[in-house]
Design a protein around this ligand. Structure first.
Ligand SMILES: O=C(O)c1ccccc1N[C@@H]1O[C@H](COP(=O)(O)O)[C@@H](O)[C@H]1O
Length: 218
């Protein structure tokens, strides 16, 4: 079954909505040098991580200036996983791997997935996203899912499909790209940084197959 991450949670109510809908992971964005309504302070991020119940993975999404800042944030916020965006050297990633207790997810641009190979034994997963020029996600743009499937097929690490996913396109995206998990931020919002509960529920149930009609029994 495809796993689901609901990203860009800024409020406790939206965290509860995602958990109630059956999300496997929630994403909290902090310390990103881009203008996004989904960015919260490190203190707020720590509170939301602490509110995340057992059996749901808390993911801290960030674009650290250097590896020391990533360690600082992970130590302060204590997420289950950290999702790194922006330029990161293989040596720095290997250092983070050795230092951090959190799982590591690395965001890679769907336009250049080939870079992932060199990081494959240093991360737990790749978030394949439609990355903007600034290195950030949350663009609301889809990419070529068929190409993503072909270019990620040889990777050992989990592939998390992101970029412009919505309740309307998530089933086709999963069938085409065959990812381990899907990741959504803007596609389930009522407005910037605020989730639409009906859209979150619809996204999770369609992505996990629970929205499909059950065949009548004999
Ligand atoms: O969502 C953001 O604003 C963001 C900012 C900086 C780094 C990552 C960000 N979001 C990530 O991008 C994916 C896809 O977003 P969308 O569904 O296309 O809106 C999101 O799930 C986050 O992992």
């Amino acid at each position: 079954m495809t796993r689901v991450k609901v990203c860009g949670i800024t409020r406790s109510a939206d965290l509860q909505t995602a958990v109630d809908a059956g999300a496997d992971a929630i994403g909290i964005i902090t310390d990103v040098p881009v203008d996004t309504p989904r960015d919260v302070s490190p203190e707020r991020a720590a509170d939301l991580v602490a509110e995340t119940p057992p059996f749901v993975t808390s993911v801290l999404v960030t674009m650290p200036s250097d590896y020391a800042r990533a360690i600082e944030l992970a130590t302060e916020i204590e997420p289950d996983a950290i999702q790194l965006h922006g330029e990161i050297r293989p040596g720095d990633l290997a250092y983070l791997r050795a230092k951090l207790e959190s799982r590591i997810l690395l965001a890679v641009d769907a336009e250049d997935v080939s870079v992932a190979k060199q990081y494959d034994d240093m991360v737990d997963g790749f978030v394949v996203d439609s990355i903007g020029d600034d290195g950030a996600g949350g663009t609301g743009r889809t990419h070529d899912w068929e190409r993503t499937r072909a270019e990620t097929a040889d990777l050992e690490s989990a592939v998390i499909l992101a970029g412009g996913l919505t309740p309307d396109n998530v089933v086709e995206a999963i069938q085409t790209a065959e990812p381990f998990a899907v990741d959504v931020a803007s596609g389930v919002e009522e407005r910037g940084g605020i989730k639409d509960p009906a859209a979150v529920e619809s996204f999770v149930s369609r992505a996990t197959g629970n929205a499909q009609a059950v065949e009548p029994g004999p």
